[in-house]
Ligand binder design. Structure first.
Ligand code: TRP
Ligand code: SF4
Length: 356
């Protein structure tokens, strides 16, 4: 069935163009998206305007990073036949809706978004005291509502943004009930109130044992070739109490143990549990098995990526086709919005008393 033409519930989510994706992005989001494609009518987009809210002073990487993200999406198994993927800035209706929302959104709603003050004060190398940075959760609301999304798969850090989106939808609907030709028919509000779909996010440690994150420099990329994966695993931290080969360890407090839990089969898992706790295996051997499991996950991803990597035009064409589909949906919503706000070009204003 063609995406966008059916009765399935709609899912909408976005990702900032941060460049090549890592395993944390995969298990925390992308893998879930891939599995949602048949169950929902999915819209996934690259949030390049969101990147501008913090990286406005140097925009040189945005285009390249957007392509890298698209390549990784396709490599991971997002399928343009089964979902709509596109670039935010190529659907300018997001900006129009954001502007209209900005008229009805009290400043306090934005100022109390938990990440706002925290990031503005903590990220010292950029001046985030800008209008765009304050407004970025509202841009996110426009991203979601312009597709009348039912569900928004996000990590728990993004839940307040979906909450804000629900409040904005409610406020819009209460100010501007949809004008309906049939007076007796119950009026449908313009916007649904979308629900967050919390991505079950297993703990995925990076090579230093902290959460895997680009800003920590502890990532394993989806594009890392086998030797690089093995090398990164070799330097990965382990149970700190296991200093000598003869010390027993505990996979439950070891980042490598966490990788095994996510990616290794039951047989390997029991070898690890047994061998680590009895000092029967060494960490080098154990890390080798973890690397085996990772390589097995990454192989098909890297195989799929090749076709697009050698011909990026294919990926751009897919995004462009997605934009066409997205624009059609976004445009229909904007018609509803302008009608409800009585600012539609087609709208006939009521005659004022003086004209009579
Ligand atoms: N703000 C999200 C992030 O930083 C990305 C994003 C932008 C998004 N627009 C969205 C996510 C709409 C879900 C829905 O990860
Ligand atoms: Fe970690 Fe494996 Fe070493 Fe145990 S044997 S401490 S699980 S790396």
């Amino acid at each position: 069935m063609l995406a966008g033409t059916n009765q399935r519930k709609r899912v909408l989510s976005g990702m900032r163009p941060t460049g090549k994706l890592h395993l944390g992005n995969y298990v925390g989001a992308l893998d879930n998206w891939v599995r949602m494609q048949d169950k929902y009518d999915c819209f996934f987009f690259i949030a390049d305007w969101h990147a501008l809210t913090t990286d406005y002073a140097d925009t040189s990487g945005i285009k390249r990073n957007s392509l890298e993200v698209a390549l990784d999406w396709l490599a991971a198994g997002l399928d343009p036949e089964r979902c709509t993927m596109f670039i935010q800035s190529h659907v300018p209706q997001h900006a129009e809706l954001h502007l209209l929302f900005s008229m009805i959104t009290p400043l306090g709603w934005l100022e109390r978004v938990p990440t706002y003050k925290e990031q503005r004060d903590n990220i010292k190398e950029k001046d985030l005291g800008t209008y765009g940075f304050l407004g970025y959760p509202l841009l996110q609301s426009a991203d979601i509502l312009i597709y009348k999304g039912d569900f928004v798969p996000v990590g728990d850090d993004q839940v307040p943004h979906v909450e804000l989106t629900r409040e904005v939808a409610r406020r819009f609907n209460s100010f501007y009930p949809k004008p309906h030709s049939n007076f007796y028919k119950k009026q449908q509000p313009v916007f649904p109130e979308p629900q967050p779909l919390l991505t079950p996010s297993p703990r995925l440690p990076g090579t230093d044992g902290r959460k895997m994150s680009k800003s920590y420099g502890n990532t394993i990329l989806l594009t890392d070739p086998e030797p690089v994966v093995r090398q990164k695993l070799k330097t990965m931290v382990t149970d700190p109490k296991r200093i000598r080969r003869s010390d027993a360890g505990d996979p439950d407090v070891c980042p490598v143990g966490d990788l095994h839990k996510l990616f290794s089969d039951a047989a390997t898992m029991s070898k690890v549990n047994e061998g680590c706790r009895s000092a029967g295996i060494g960490c080098i051997e154990c890390k080798g098995w973890a690397a085996d499991a990772l390589v097995q996950i990454l192989n098909p991803i890297q195989e799929r990526r090749k076709k697009y990597e050698s011909n990026p035009r294919l990926a751009w064409d897919i995004l462009e086709a997605g934009c066409v589909r997205a624009r059609a949906v976004a445009d229909a919503t904007m018609q509803d919005v302008r009608n409800a706000m009585l600012i539609s070009l087609d709208y006939e204003p009521p005659q004022s008393p003086e004209d009579k």
